[in-house]
Write a protein that binds this ligand. Structure first.
Ligand SMILES: Cc1cc2nc3c(=O)[nH]c(=O)nc-3n(C[C@H](O)[C@H](O)[C@H](O)COP(=O)(O)OP(=O)(O)OC[C@H]3O[C@@H](n4cnc5c(N)ncnc54)[C@H](O)[C@@H]3O)c2cc1C
Length: 562
């Protein structure tokens, strides 16, 4: 059997190595357009910033090492330019530009995604760069080291944009970020991004949200013109506007295409042609939570799909169950991670959900060094099935998101999150881990033990004559900032000052993180009051306000004003 693989990085190289482990006799040819195979895409921004110092750390495998270990004929600078399905051949353009035919019994497409480069004026200036390949990373690093740019504009604030921005800042470059949506990092929700915006600004990044790149004007320097009319001077422009599946070959070969032009595959990674498999950023997968078709460009799924395609070619019936889109990013000292669906997606798709915000210490508060993480968990309001989670914090963030991803994969509910028996010792966690804690709070909601109101409703509730807002924090906390119209009765004084709380109004309880307000709500509910408490507490509300005041667009759902 002869297997030809198009694309020699995450999905393609995984498929090649797995296939060889399963079948010592197969002839395996892996075609790669760039000069490198099996390279560390995800490490490229850190090479640009000099965190990864040596070029060869990005390219651990070479065609020679692949041949030695796996007996795979890995050909770099070899581009597949045509697939002839009838004759089962691939036309390859080799390093010398000559074309030749390669026959296959089975073909695996792993061409990945391409960086989006809109056709806007000025993007052809050599100082306008993108990051997708090792060659791109070398060029970007050389530019930064040799030309020593003082100012850069990064267009796009997804993972790659933010990682490049951080690495440029660390090299002393003054960075502006331009982002069309009203927030960075689309996998998380807007209010969760507020802390990320504040952290970026604290590191000197100039954020232009709800704005878009219109053109780049070239002169001695570059001028980036935005839709709003803002003009940003720069020595370097990075275009990181997202990726789209690189499926021109598949389209040409008339394979069935789906979402965003991605290749339609079945659960065995087989395309509409039974002899052609496809994996990675180029394929349409099932969103594990919604069951709907999606195109999710991440390294984990690409690697797993490569193995699955190889399994099936070798006669093992393995399946890809769908992707959760679990992701994590370092934003300076901060960690942001997410899994499953977010609130924007739930709303867009009309999926019923409820949500809880929790604010938990990464480890026991009495052990030095622990910082808090802000956790948002979405769940089905009927069954309690976990639908998604987002965490913004510092250490221990990705560990909790990984636990929740596992829970979602196992179709668990928030009751399972309550019960999960997770590791604990003071340097690592608390006896009630942040994941358990999210479960406790969600179960309180499911069981009707407390009602919530949200950060984007509280200003309206404060103006509502039928509501009475009680802030149960300490006076010293209240004096540092509070919601206009709230009165301060600390939770520890609540029982003795209960006479100050009107019985004919709905009582809205507020504290820093929604723990004391929950306790207060339980006291008052049992005394016959109708109560709700501010989910996420004053902390989340204040973070959103601070972000708006610092310049983020004020188009929050509730119309929060700067
Ligand atoms: C800068 C950067 C940082 C990233 N960071 C992360 C991260 O931290 N976490 C994460 O999960 N994901 C990250 N990703 C995404 C991750 O790298 C991809 O999801 C993953 O590599 C996809 O695997 P793939 O095999 O589908 O495509 P790729 O790994 O991109 O490989 C596709 C290869 O196919 C080659 N090719 C395409 N067409 C042809 C052709 N016709 N002939 C021959 N060769 C062809 C391309 O040159 C390319 O090398 C990052 C990506 C980039 C660019």
């Amino acid at each position: 059997m002869k297997v030809v693989i198009i694309g020699g990085v995450a999905g393609g190289a995984s498929a090649a190595a797995r296939l060889r482990r399963l079948d010592e006799n197969a002839e395996i040819v892996m075609l790669e357009r760039t000069g490198f195979v099996s390279y560390a895409n995800c490490g490229l921004p850190y090479y640009v910033g000099g965190v990864i110092e040596e070029k060869n750390k990005l390219t651990i495998q070479t065609p020679l090492s692949f041949a030695a270990r796996f007996n795979v004929d890995a050909r770099v600078k070899s581009e597949a330019v045509k697939i002839d399905r009838k004759n089962k051949t691939v036309t390859v353009k080799g390093p010398d530009g000559e074309e030749y035919l390669e026959k296959y019994d089975k073909l695996i497409l792993a061409p990945g995604a391409k960086a989006m480069r809109p056709s806007l004026p000025g993007l052809d200036d050599p100082r306008v760069l993108s990051l997708r390949t090792v060659e791109d990373a070398f060029a970007m690093r050389d530019f930064v080291v040799e030309k020593k740019p003082k100012k850069a504009v990064v267009c796009g604030a997804g993972y790659i944009g933010l990682e490049v921005a951080e690495n440029l800042v660390d090299m002393g470059v003054k960075v502006s970020i331009v982002q069309r949506p009203n927030q960075v990092l689309p996998p998380i929700d807007r209010e969760m991004a507020a802390d990320v915006h504040l952290n970026l600004r604290a590191h000197g990044v100039d954020l232009h949200l709800s704005d878009a790149l219109e053109s780049v004007e070239s002169g001695d320097g570059l001028t980036v013109v935005l839709k709003s009319g803002t003009r940003l001077e720069a020595d370097l422009v990075i275009v990181a506007l997202g990726v789209s599946p690189d499926t021109a070959l598949a389209k040409d070969a008339e394979l069935e295409l789906g979402v965003k032009g991605s290749i339609v595959v079945d659960e065995h990674m087989r395309t509409s042609d039974p002899d052609i498999y496809a994996v990675g950023d180029a394929v349409q997968v099932k969103n594990f939570v919604t069951g709907k078709p999606a195109n999710i460009a991440l390294a984990g799924p690409a690697n797993k799909q490569g193995r699955i395609a190889a399994d099936n070619i070798a006669g093992i019936e393995s399946k890809f169950d769908g992707s959760l889109g679990s992701s994590v990013i370092k934003v300076f000292d901060m960690t942001v991670a997410a899994t499953g669906i977010n609130e924007k997606q739930a709303k867009d798709l009309g999926i019923p959900y409820d949500k809880v915000y929790t604010y938990s210490a990464a480890h026991a508060t009495y052990y030095p060094g622990g910082r808090n993480m802000s956790v948002k968990t979405l769940f089905d309001p009927e069954t309690g099935r976990v639908l998604g989670a987002q965490i913004v914090g510092y250490e221990g963030v990705e560990k909790r998101v990984d636990v929740i991803a596992t829970a979602i994969h196992g179709h668990m509910t928030v009751r399972d999150l309550e019960e999960l028996d997770l590791t604990y010792a003071p340097p690592f966690s608390s006896a009630k881990d942040p994941v358990n804690y999210a479960g406790f709070v969600a179960c309180n909601i499911l069981d009707g033990r407390v009602k919530q109101c949200f950060w984007d409703e509280i200003d309206d509730l404060a103006k509502n004559d039928d509501c009475f807002l009680v802030d149960v924090r300490k006076p010293v906390e209240f004096d540092l900032g509070n919601i206009k119209g709230s009165v301060n009765i600390p939770v520890d004084d609540l029982r003795k000052r209960i006479g100050e709380i009107p019985k004919d109004k709905k009582i809205v309880l507020i504290c820093h993180s929604a723990l004391r307000s929950y306790i207060a709500a339980r006291i008052l509910e049992q005394k016959g009051y109708e109560c709700c408490h501010l989910a996420g507490g004053y902390r989340l509300y204040a973070s959103v306000m601070k972000d708006s005041a610092a310049g983020s667009p004020s188009d929050y759902p509730c119309g929060v004003k700067k």
